[in-house]
Design a protein around this ligand. Structure first.
Ligand SMILES: NC(=O)c1ccc[n+]([C@@H]2O[C@H](COP(=O)([O-])OP(=O)(O)OC[C@H]3O[C@@H](n4cnc5c(N)ncnc54)[C@H](O)[C@@H]3O)[C@@H](O)[C@H]2O)c1
Length: 370
């Protein structure tokens, strides 16, 4: 199979769909890989690294898309990329189709097989291609929060670990899933005092076990949240209700009672945010202040660390890339129910129910249209 790796064109997107390690494995198993010039440059993978393991570097995106049987990307295609769609193309990337009617139309019209990272499932039924980005964002939230706590960034000048003779900083984490657990790990590592709330008591039991009681757990209710928020130096929002907008767990009134110079990192901002005063920000203008509290609400945090994020993402996606290259789309979809769950468009049919519902369109199960 010919596998194509175009350079991402979405604003501020610096990850790449396949690393040189991935190219090496594909080439060793008999595939040809076309990599667009500078596709990996922002993730610190120069063209030379790809060439050294057998990739062909191609000058124009058009030539990657036109010649590849399968295109592997990171972000959903932008309008300038729709033009490359053609019948029989296999596209493996994040698609996030529910709100993107035009992209859905383009994929259906050109009969592209669109397999979305975000809906591929593993044997346990979880979403293995979403997890790595939550791990990155969770860990990064503490690193970013610690920097904003510094005086020159508007913070209250607290060192999270403190020093002997001073108290450590208080980190308050809302949600004990992937983001929350990774944030807790980093905050503990820095020596902070960590408090975490979740609605799910079984998850709190697991957190208590994982961290040997060093993370203070609380049930999620407004009384506990108001108290913990008022004591926090750094508050991290990491809740998720799958398929729904994040609930506003920290109200504006709670924010107004927080310490001046405290920092909020609302990681859940990509789902609307769980802090009432949070609004989406970008890497070019990441923070703002409300009632003396610094807010950092970047919707694509992993793009700040593209080298790690690309490696983490491709570690998870690559086994699927290899399987799709080896078997071709139809056989891989038939053989692996997890890949079948990832199929959002196939031969002109919309094959993912939640997307069809969100766009009020017809849906066909992929098994019925193969
Ligand atoms: N900003 C970014 O760049 C970025 C990157 C990755 C993930 N995210 C977002 O981070 C959020 C968390 O992702 P995740 O992978 O950790 O999800 P997850 O499903 O692993 O964890 C979510 C946790 O929130 C808990 N929760 C739900 N409602 C709650 C409530 N009312 N109070 C307390 N806890 C509650 C759940 O019980 C669960 O443990 C998601 O919105 C995800 O989209 C953002």
């Amino acid at each position: 199979m010919i596998v194509g790796v175009p350079k991402e064109v979405k604003d501020h997107e610096s990850r790449v769909g396949v690393t040189p390690a991935g190219v090496k494995a594909l080439v060793e198993t008999g595939h040809k890989v076309l990599v667009e010039h500078n596709a990996g440059a922002l993730s610190s993978f120069p063209d030379d690294d790809y060439q050294a393991v057998g990739a062909e570097i191609v000058g124009e995106a058009y030539n990657v898309w036109r010649n590849a049987d399968m295109v592997v990307k990171v972000k959903e295609p932008t309008k300038q990329e729709y033009y490359h769609f053609r019948e029989g193309l296999l596209l493996f990337t994040y698609l996030h189709l529910a709100p993107l009617r035009e992209l859905t139309d383009a994929l259906l019209e050109k009969k592209v097989t669109g397999i979305a990272y975000e809906t591929v499932r593993d044997r346990a039924g979880s979403l293995p291609l979403l997890t790595p980005m939550s791990e990155v964002a969770g860990r990064l939230s503490v690193q970013v929060g610690a920097a904003y706590l510094q005086k020159e960034h508007g913070g209250r000048g607290v060192l999270l670990g403190g020093v002997p003779g001073t108290l450590p900083g208080n980190v308050f984490i809302i949600g004990g899933g992937i983001v929350g657990t990774n944030a807790a790990k980093m905050a503990l590592g820095l020596g902070a005092k960590v408090t975490l709330v979740d609605l799910n008591l079984n998850r709190l039991r697991e957190i208590d076990d994982i961290f040997g009681g060093r993370v203070f757990t609380l049930a999620s209710n407004s009384y506990n949240i108001e108290r913990a928020a008022s004591e926090a130096d750094l508050l991290i929002g990491g809740v998720l209700i799958p398929g729904a907008a994040a609930p506003k767990i920290v109200t504006r009134a709670m924010v107004s009672k927080m310490k001046k110079g405290a920092v909020i990192v609302d990681v859940a901002i990509d789902q609307g945010g769980c802090i009432e005063t949070a609004r989406p920000t970008t890497h070019s203008d990441p923070s703002y202040e409300v009632d003396g509290v610094v807010h950092y609400c970047v919707t694509n945090m992993p793009a700040a660390v593209p080298n790690t994020s690309t490696l983490a993402l491709t570690n998870a996606t690559f086994p699927y890339v290899l399987k799709l290259a080896r078997d071709g789309a139809e056989l891989a979809i038939k053989a692996d129910p997890g890949i079948a769950e990832g199929v959002n468009t196939f031969n002109g049919h919309l094959t993912y129910k939640a997307v069809a519902e969100a766009q009020a369109r017809d849906y066909r199960a992929v098994a019925n249209v193969l």
